[in-house]
Design a protein around this ligand. Structure first.
Ligand SMILES: [Zn+2]
Length: 565
């Protein structure tokens, strides 16, 4: 049996997208993580699925699974062959389907007009892995069974055409045909569409399971709500430990000292402490002690009476008074000047404040949460921080972990930020690609949550709407997370990937159309010129010995003489 050959465009652009990174245990198709798994294993999964949920449900699950991968590949197709003839771009689907090892695809008839929304496709399939696996387990069939492959074709074309294009398998090797044949048209053009579209819908059993699942999630999240206060997101052991300390402190009036590196989110924990406490309906007032000019610290914190100093034209309440009944958060407490420190000590000891230039003392009821990224004990030793204040503040210290110690939280954090910034900037995304997520996870995050936030926001701004946030949209300092990668060659063998600059150079050379000889001559001549005719110097530039250079110059000269003769 002879398989017809179809004039596909070259697929080097697609092969280049496949990267094997064995040392990392990852395989990539562009930015999406892929798997090289045993068809036999997938075959047994398929069998288990059919046996446990029945043919109908299994077909639905597999169709939808194929649909999902087709959709992903179509997103890639629009990008990788943008600017090429539309047919070339469309053929990315069949070519990827082959490259991914699913089936051999030969278009019989393809007719499409994206703007008019017209599509007709008839394609031949050989070597369907699905038919092979199915027949091995269940023997010959009376109905076509390449469900996942069919789902892929529908998903791919639907995404590509931006309208629901439904493919049907009209003949299948599982039913004894010589090869499988599929036909695709916009769903409205199939009179019996309903019989088929139900396999593309989230099915009743699955959706019922999902409903139950949602219920469980709701119940669980009400238990876990304590871990999800506003922007405080996390589930790692380090995060939970910190959170539990905060939650326990919330039930008391204890003064809390939050320590931790810059950007770890100390203010968020302080806010959570406030929200969890009985003071939640009273004000939460945050003050950055380092941001206040030294001569204004006291009046800002404790208030001022009219006439206390030149410029004090009116009496004014300070932050402490404004936080009465609630919580005051004193960030970067290590930068508080000494006079203000003694007043703070008095607030903590007596629960009283005195406005600047006022004789009266005022009773206030404020919980103090202080934070520092500096080593306060060291500041005490050098006399920059009062030791009595330090001991007052250090009653209940909580160390907020740096981001690198809660790596498990990274995907959740990044996804939550993506949602938040997406809303803020009016953009929607499929998500963060696997590759970008991997790079985020392997970064050390010296700037912690704040740095992550900045990077995600940058990604949100740079990524195309309705697309994915890719590695390139984040920061160049991330690296690609993979040291050594290999790609597949035309002959199907793995080849170590060359560094980007080398690969670019090769692209330029290959695209120039010059023969290898011409390129060699050009290089030799250029080196000789740059060395001002000095052959030893030119040889050094080229990494050759002088005799080697002379030999090559002579040989190339002879060939060009012969050509001219
Ligand atoms: Zn088939």
């Amino acid at each position: 049996m002879k398989v017809p050959k179809y004039p596909y465009p070259g697929d080097a652009d697609l092969r280049r997208l496949v990267r094997f990174s064995a040392e990392d245990g990852t395989i990539w198709l562009a930015e999406h993580r892929m798997l090289l798994l045993h068809a036999a294993a997938l075959g047994s999964l398929r069998k288990e699925l059919i046996n446990s949920v029945g043919l109908e449900q299994a077909r639905r699950v597999l169709t939808r699974m194929g649909f999902a991968s087709g959709t992903r590949d179509a997103e890639l197709a629009k990008k990788i062959r943008a600017g090429k003839p539309v047919m070339d771009a469309f053929l990315v689907g069949p070519q990827l389907h082959m490259l991914e090892g699913s089936v051999r695809v030969t278009p019989i008839k393809l007719d499409m007009d994206i703007t008019a929304g017209k599509f007709y496709g008839e394609l031949r399939w050989d070597n369907s892995w699905e038919a092979e696996a199915h027949v091995r387990e269940f023997g010959p069939q009376s109905e076509p069974i390449c469900w996942m492959l069919l789902g892929y074709a529908s998903g791919y074309t639907t995404e590509f055409m931006s309208r629901f294009v439904l493919f049907k398998e009209v003949s299948c090797v599982a039913c004894g045909a010589a090869h499988c044949t599929i036909v695709g048209k916009p769903v409205e053009e199939w009179p019996d569409a309903e019989e088929h579209t139900r396999y593309y819908e989230a099915d009743s059993i699955v959706s019922r399971l999902l409903e139950l699942r949602t219920e469980v999630d709701v119940l669980r999240s009400s238990l876990e709500q304590q871990y999800q206060i506003e922007n405080l997101v996390g589930d790692s052991p380090a995060f939970r430990r910190t959170y539990d300390l905060v939650a326990k402190a919330a039930g008391t009036n204890v003064t809390v000292l939050l320590t931790g590196e810059t950007g770890v989110g100390k203010e968020r924990f302080a806010r959570a402490l406030h929200d969890l406490s009985a003071r939640r309906d009273a004000p939460f007032v945050a003050v950055n002690c380092a941001a206040l000019p030294e001569d204004l610290v006291e009046s800002e914190l404790f208030g001022v009476e009219k006439g206390a100093f030149t410029g004090a034209h009116a009496s004014r309440a300070g932050k402490f008074e404004r936080a009465d009944g609630g919580t005051i958060f004193l960030d970067e407490i290590g930068d508080m000047p000494l006079p203000a420190q003694s007043k703070l000590l008095r607030v903590l000891q007596e629960g009283e404040i005195e406005r600047l230039g006022d004789e009266r003392t005022r009773r206030i009821n404020v919980r103090v949460v202080a934070a520092t990224n500096a080593n306060l004990e060291a500041a005490v030793k050098t006399g920059r921080f009062r030791s009595d204040l330090f001991y007052r503040l250090n009653v209940y210290p909580i160390a907020v972990p740096p981001l690198r110690e809660r790596a498990a939280d990274l995907p959740t954090l990044a996804t939550a930020m993506l949602k938040r910034f997406g809303t803020l900037h009016g953009k929607r995304f499929g998500g963060i690609t696997d590759k970008a997520m991997k790079a985020l996870a392997s970064f050390s995050w010296p700037g912690n949550i704040r740095e992550l936030e900045n990077m995600i926001e940058r990604g949100v701004i740079l990524a195309p709407n309705d697309g994915w946030v890719e590695l390139d949209h984040l920061s160049p300092c991330l690296g690609n997370g993979a040291e050594r990668e290999a790609s597949i060659t035309e002959s199907g063998h793995l080849r170590e990937k060359m560094p980007a600059d080398q690969s670019q150079l090769c692209d330029t050379i290959l695209a120039s159309g010059y023969s290898f000889e011409t390129i060699e001559s050009m290089l030799l001549e250029e080196a000789v010129q740059r060395a001002a005719g000095n052959l030893a110097g030119a040889a050094r530039l080229l990494g050759l010995s002088r005799p080697q250079l002379s030999y090559r110059l002579k040989r190339n000269k002879n060939t060009s003489d012969n050509h001219e003769a």
